[in-house]
Design a protein around this ligand. Sequence first.
Ligand SMILES: [Zn+2]
Length: 376
Amino acid sequence: MLFQSVIGQTYIKQKLLQTVQDGRVSHAQLFWGTEGSGNLPLALAYAQYLNCTRRTETDSCGVCPSCNKVQKFIHPDLHFVFPIFNKKKNSSRELYCDDLLPQWRSFMLQDPYASLPLWLEYIAAENAQGTIYAREADAITRKLSLKAYESEYKIMVIWLPENMHPTAANKLLKLVEEPPDKTVFLFVSEDPNRIIKTILSRTMPVHIPPIDKQSLVAVLEQRNNLPATEAAKVAHIAEGSYSQALLLIQSTKEAKEFFEWFAFIMRNAYTANFLELLEWMEELAKAGREKQKNFLLYAQRMLRESFMMNRGTDSIVYLMDEESQFARKFSPFVNERNVEELFREFNLAEGHIAQNGNPKIVFTDMFLKIGKLLRK
Ligand SMILES: [Zn+2]
């Protein structure tokens, strides 16, 4: 990864470049910052810069053989350790990070602003927490005891050392303190307080602050094609985290669809328009149970917010523009006389969907009752 591809963080980049140019590369560094701040992308850019054979004062070249391999995550002197799960289903063999290296590469190529939950989902870790197991320490030691294959530095990137088993951490102490010549540990952490103290004290901390708003807005406009006003809004809520911003974009997309469904139900239930309902059922049936359930949860939130608006306490609600316009028009229909029962209908429907009820029956039933309640 090039430094210029890392979002914002101008000051940190400058400092990191300077250490290499001055030959003051510390052998154990801790890049720490919240998820989505760019701690991992910065470590990748730094690793690439260290071994680039044609680096400039401001960045790696991006095209030399070393850069080429680093960018594909296949450089033999750049190693990765990351949280994994213990064993594959129906297998008794314990896994090492190397077993999941192909997945790691494609995951990183997709988006180095990764989060642990996304990674665990990617490797289908199901309910596993994601751990760096004790056995990984031996693999690390073995890899670093070899001579560098082709580059100046051997680099070990350890993503989320806070998830390292204490036994692994203890086994690594000596190596972290006195690694072989031209060996660099880059620990990338979101929560250094959870790193075992003896490791922590052997690293040089590099604090990565949240991404500045201006840079985040710019990248949301350019990379994610958001209109300026929306980019500003997302950046504001994401608080300097690019991964949070991506999640928000995703959930806004879904919320837009849910909003249309909600507005549809309310409008047509009020006018008892069954023909429209039947047509809509076809669309709904395609959505799948999980999404239907999420929609019913969303509907309950909208109901609550419409009711608050009715009571004149709308300053505390947080809605998309279209939502707030609709809620404003709709709020007179949600009042003390029906709000509890309306709420219960959505809640009941949610329960029935969760328990495998037939969606068409559940939604038709809900539709009829809501119509009556709205006309109350
Ligand atoms: Zn290069």
